[in-house]
Design a protein around this ligand. Structure first.
Ligand SMILES: NC(=O)c1ccc[n+]([C@@H]2O[C@H](COP(=O)([O-])OP(=O)(O)OC[C@H]3O[C@@H](n4cnc5c(N)ncnc54)[C@H](OP(=O)(O)O)[C@@H]3O)[C@@H](O)[C@H]2O)c1
Length: 270
């Protein structure tokens, strides 16, 4: 029987990790213990991810690879060849998870056109799992109507203590769609948050580590990134912080819907 595909909840984002410095940072992440790398066709880091993986000497099967399909590759017949090109760039036979990066800008291409193509890519064995990113509840419902229940493994969207996206996260968790938090440390904007600082003092942790520990405690996958070795390591160490139910409840109170990634062509958020 095939092994179940477990998605490691502590991942490493690779947006901005380009070129030699990018390879060094991704390699540092692998040496630190991260076993999930998050790339995308538009980040231009697929080569860096594959290269760091090979240089690390870690077996391919031990590292979970996620990539995302650019909205430029949604047209009829375009998605599968674009994923084949991603595999070539990564120099792997298959990725573990492929996401639709964004719903088609302004709904230009109907969902059915690209969602059926990503299902086809999975059927061809190019990716073990399929999922979406920046999808709202309405889009997830439309996807389920097209593909059936249980096909979408993951929804990746902006989530951190000051943008908790509770309604969408709850919807996903009820349907066993794993939530992945992007901007999990709000791009360094959490350092002055009093509640995170106070909880951090008790655990000898930074506000960023408390944010990551919170996301893991909620059962979410989290994919912080940094180009600096000391931060790559300290973010990973958040993995061992255990927050109390009271601390989690206090963090839940600091949500203020502070959204950063909000293009004017994006979906109407929940
Ligand atoms: N699906 C999507 O549409 C989407 C959108 C955005 C992002 N993502 C994914 O999510 C990943 C994470 O998001 P992100 O990179 O935008 O934001 P992030 O991980 O929340 O923040 C990264 C930024 O915070 C700084 N930082 C890292 N660790 C820190 C620490 N311990 N203390 C203070 N500052 C710290 C980094 O600077 P230094 O490098 O100087 O440390 C970097 O500028 C991306 O890499 C990408 O893989 C997906």
């Amino acid at each position: 029987m095939e092994k179940p595909h477990v998605i490691p909840l502590m991942g490493f984002g690779t947006f901005g990790r380009n070129g030699k410095n990018g390879i060094d940072a991704i390699l540092c992440a692998l040496e630190t213990g991260y076993r999930h790398l998050d790339t995308a066709q538009t980040y231009d880091t697929e080569f860096e991810v594959g290269e760091a993986l090979r240089r690390s000497g870690i077996d391919r099967e031990e590292v979970f690879l996620t990539t995302k399909i650019s909205t430029d590759n949604f047209g009829p017949g375009a998605l599968v060849p674009s994923l084949e090109k991603s595999l070539e760039t990564l120099k792997v036979d298959q990725v573990d998870l492929t996401l639709i990066h964004w719903p088609s800008p302004n709904g230009r291409i109907p969902l059915e056109v690209y969602i059926t193509q990503i299902a086809d890519a999975q059927a061809r064995g190019l990716t073990k799992l399929i999922g979406v990113s920046n999808f709202t509840i309405a889009l997830l419902e439309e996807t389920e109507a097209l593909l059936g229940k249980g096909r979408i493994a993951n929804n990746q969207f902006e989530l951190n203590p000051i943008l908790q996206n509770k309604k969408l996260a709850h919807y996903c968790q009820e349907r066993e769609i794993l939530v992945t938090c992007y901007l999990p440390i709000a791009r360094g904007m959490l350092s002055e948050e009093p509640v995170l600082r106070a909880i951090g003092e008790k655990h000898d942790a930074t506000p960023e580590q408390v944010a990551i520990a919170f996301e893991l405690a909620k059962g979410y996958c989290t994919i912080p990134t940094s180009g600096r070795p000391e931060r790559i390591r300290s973010n990973f160490k958040a993995n061992s912080i255990r927050l109390s139910p009271d601390e989690i409840a206090r963090i839940e109170m600091i949500d203020r819907n502070h959204r950063v990634v909000d293009p004017d062509w994006g979906p109407k958020w929940d």
